[in-house]
Design a protein. Structure first.
Length: 262
């Protein structure tokens, strides 16, 4: 990835921040995006890259109309986009019966529609160069369904359908898609989760607190990207649920029914 341009959304914390540090270590030039400019600048400083190799570009993923302009800003600065690490996202905590439907709309706007819109905005550039790689952070929950995550699971499942179709369409053009399915990674994602009313969950889930270190997660993701893997599962024992879903769905169903939603 030396001298390649990698655009990371959700770069202000968690896996996105860890990816910025790992990609910088591997010699990439970075575009860092999220809503919080102060946190993006903190991450930019932590990369120890020269200022000319880091572009801080804050924006809201739901502001779709401005995404083509952001793409142009990146091209004006670096002249190319080699990787787009689609890491922006939000999760939830709430049962189907309790969750307000506007919470589902908010989850889909951020986790699916915003990701799809940025993908489409970058695509003409990548097609014109016959080169480019989308790296999309889904989740183990993008391959199965768990309690109190119905909207989150739906948004992540949607990403797989969208990007599997895109991968087939752009293969002949020399472009790549890697779907990343993390399990429990020690990030603040549960703190920012939406509850049934759309307010912040504001609690660190126990499984998240003891999860994989984000730096190790980022290392495994970058290794998979370098190998052009189509899909990679990152985490601990919880990733085995994906294989249970495929080969022993009845066993997985019983396990998931017996677990709490926290």
């Amino acid at each position: 990835m030396n001298q390649k341009v990698a655009w990371i959304t959700g770069a202000s914390s968690g896996i996105g921040e860890a990816l910025a540090l790992e990609l910088a270590r591997r010699g990439a030039k970075l575009v860092l995006s999220a809503r919080r400019e102060d946190e993006l600048r903190r991450v930019a400083n932590a990369t120890n890259l020269p200022p000319s190799h880091v572009l801080v570009l804050p924006f809201d993923m739901t502001d779709e109309a401005r995404l083509p302009g952001h793409v142009q800003t990146v091209l004006d600065h670096f002249g190319q986009i080699d990787y787009v690490f689609q890491n922006a996202g939000i999760t939830q905590r709430g049962t189907v019966a309790e969750t307000k439907f506007e919470v589902y709309r908010q989850l889909m706007e951020i986790n699916f529609f915003g990701v799809g819109a940025l993908t489409k905005a970058v695509l003409p550039h990548m097609l014109s160069r016959k080169s480019g790689h989308y790296v999309v952070t889904s989740s183990v929950a993008g391959k199965l369904g768990t309690k109190q995550r119905s909207g989150y699971c739906a948004s992540k499942h949607a990403l797989h359908g969208f990007f599997d179709a895109l991968r087939a369409e752009i293969h002949e053009a020399g472009l790549h898609v890697t779907m990343v399915c993390p399990g429990y990674i020690k990030t603040p994602i549960s703190l920012n989760a939406l509850n049934a009313n759309g307010q912040k969950h504001a609690r660190m889930d126990q499984n998240q607190a003891i999860g994989m270190d984000p730096a190790e997660c980022a290392r495994q993701i970058c290794n998979a990207v370098a190998r052009h893997c189509e899909e990679v599962y990152v985490g601990g024992f919880e990733t085995m649920g994906i294989y249970l879903k495929r080969f022993f769905p009845g066993i997985l169903s019983r396990i998931l029914r017996s677990r709490s939603g926290e």
